[in-house]
Design a protein. Sequence first.
Length: 96
Amino acid sequence: MSFLEPPPPASPTAEPAQPRPSATHLSGRLVIVNAAALTLVVVTTLALDDRTATRVAGSYTLGMLLLSAQAATMLLSALRYDRACSRAVDRRGELP
């Protein structure tokens, strides 16, 4: 096959390519980071009992601070996961 010829079309009965092992590893890290953030919020809330309603800055309470930290963790980990997947898993240069 020459470089100028297009590759032959994939057969319709061919099974889809399996994800690379790195995708599983990245997914595991995403779940671990978000589970740790959720566990931290739940344990801290249970340990502090009613003190999560303590005002930290203006009308911003400690409970709101914990939930904001969890939301920020989820957002940043999702962005990092997306970037890592696009770099490590979805390599467009390796398409057949």
